[in-house]
Design a protein around this ligand. Structure first.
Ligand code: MG
Ligand code: ZN
Length: 194
């Protein structure tokens, strides 16, 4: 069951690029969106098991002036529509538009939400009443793992993205599981679900 005695929800936090959709390096329009294989099935499995499915994504492209925040919103609407057309769903998308060396003043700040900081997960936990200790983070970069660990989640590293020397990572970035896709992570999460 996915509710604790105290009524808290469980969530699977998902990185966006190279976890849900293919990373095209600063994706700037909805027509560049391509879901990775198995993502729909993975989101269905997680949803059926009662997990919230929440994307947490660094989008420094906004601070860098590559895309506007309105454009990012359009892209995220299109991403959710694509997932719903496939028969699955996303419960929320949190994004960090900030970057310390950006060119748009408003977003050129040191924030607490850019991964590896856990701000997006902590905010989601408050807004959705999530038990972080019984939740998961899935991503393809060490910063995803570190953000998940800082928030108290169990973490999955997806190896499909850039080549990362896992053994060389510091303790705070060591994943609990290493998998080749979101679907593989979803199967482990739902198989071991108590
Ligand atoms: Mg990624
Ligand atoms: Zn931020």
């Amino acid at each position: 069951m996915t509710l604790n005695v105290d009524g808290k929800r469980r969530a699977v936090f998902l990185d966006r690029d190279d976890t849900v959709n293919r990373d095209v390096s600063y994706l700037r329009s909805a027509d560049q969106l391509e879901l990775l294989p198995g993502v729909i099935e993975a989101l269905q499995l997680l949803g059926d098991a009662g997990f919230l499915r929440i994307i947490v994504t660094n989008q420094s492209a906004v601070a860098r002036g590559i895309i506007t925040i309105e454009k990012l919103g359009e892209i995220h609407e299109a991403l959710v529509a694509m997932i719903r057309n496939g028969g699955a769903d996303i419960d929320a998308i949190y994004f960090c538009p900030h970057f310390l060396e950006g060119s748009i003043d408003e977003y050129t700040i040191k924030c607490d939400c850019r991964k590896p900081m856990p701000g997006m997960l902590l905010r989601a936990a408050e807004e959705f009443n999530i038990d972080l200790r019984r939740s998961f983070m899935v991503g393809d970069r060490p910063a995803d793992i570190e953000a998940g660990k800082r928030a108290g989640c169990s973490c999955f590293f997806i190896t499909s993205g850039i080549d990362t020397d896992l053994a060389g990572l510091p303790p705070g970035q060591q994943p609990d599981f290493v998998v080749d896709s979101l679907l593989a992570a979803a199967k482990i999460i739902t198989d071991t679900d108590d």
